[in-house]
Design a binder for this molecule. Structure first.
Ligand SMILES: [Zn+2]
Ligand SMILES: [Zn+2]
Length: 302
């Protein structure tokens, strides 16, 4: 090979490497990172972030435990810029007063939820959430919408960032049109899969509680969640995190198996009642993150 040709090859290789590097950072800048810090009737807390800002949806575990679990994932509370509350049940607000005060965080909550909660938050921290409105936290866009649940003013959320959507859909009595329309746009979703119908029916709960859970204002069963997933999943949904599983009336391994049979390209994760999940990176499907051994990227793509 002549010296000139070698130089040309080296220059081309440098351009390719440079392009791959650029593409990596571009893709990274177009990603959301998500984790469930805890999920279930003993506490719910979901973390969603882009490269510069993070939010917590619900703060149902203690401030100390939230910090510990975030630290275990290499996450910092300093990046968290706001808290969003879905409804006033204890498993969604237990840690709120301490964590909001300690980090001086704005809390987005509906008037109905706040007044029913009995909480006392510094007035300057409170931001009234109006269902259907979109709130911006940096470049994260958070939209809330009403859901069926036995609470004062319960809300689901979709977090959007540069065309990537992540939904938080737990504590839902029954699927509705709004849930379907939002689920259909999600690249990742936390979806409640609370109970197995047979386990609930044959379980130790008193009848009034069984009826509260399955009565249309309680929780989604595995069957209902699977129906939502298989009927309304968009082709670009990369991650489904099954959430708020009952300790008494469900089995995480069974849920994992049930959804994996229908998963296709979607990664199925069952969120735990006792620990954080891994941290997942959600990217736009048309901007894949190249790995080190990726094929050279052609210049005309940019
Ligand atoms: Zn709950
Ligand atoms: Zn609830």
């Amino acid at each position: 090979m002549s010296a000139d040709l070698t130089k040309t090859n080296q220059r081309e290789q440098r351009i390719k490497n440079n392009t791959q590097l650029k593409m990596f950072f571009f893709a990274f800048a177009m990603a959301l990172q998500i984790t469930s810090l805890n999920s279930g009737s003993n506490g719910n807390c979901y973390y969603i972030a882009n490269e510069s800002d993070a939010i917590l949806i619900d703060t149902g575990i203690s401030c100390k435990e939230t910090e510990k679990r975030m630290c275990g994932l290499g996450l910092s509370m300093q990046k968290v810029k706001a808290i969003f509350i879905s409804h006033e049940h204890t498993d969604h607000i237990k840690g709120l007063p301490v964590i909001a005060a300690k980090y001086n965080l704005p809390v987005f909550i509906t008037k109905g939820t706040y007044h029913k909660s009995g909480l006392s938050i510094a007035p300057k921290a409170i931001n009234w959430l109006k269902p259907g409105d979109s709130v911006y936290v940096g470049e994260l866009c958070i939209t809330s919408f009403f859901k069926q649940h036995d609470a004062e003013d319960p809300q689901s959320f979709v977090v959007a960032y540069k065309g990537i959507n992540v939904g938080v859909f737990t504590d839902i009595g029954v699927c509705c049109e709004k849930l379907v329309s939002h689920f259909k746009i999600c690249h990742a979703a936390f979806l409640e899969s609370n109970y197995d119908e047979t386990m609930l029916e044959n379980g130790r709960y008193p009848l009034f509680l069984k009826n509260r859970i399955r009565g249309g204002k309680g929780h989604l069963s595995n069957t209902q969640a699977l129906e939502i997933f298989t009927t309304h999943r968009p082709p670009f949904m990369s991650h489904l995190l099954l959430a708020h599983l009952s300790k008494d009336n469900n089995d995480p391994q069974m849920v994992q198996r049930l959804f994996e049979t229908q998963a296709k390209q979607t990664k199925i994760i069952v969120a735990s009642r006792y620990a954080a999940t891994s941290l997942y990176t959600i990217t736009h499907p048309f901007i894949p993150i190249p790995v080190v051994a990726a094929r050279p990227v052609q210049m005309q793509l940019f």
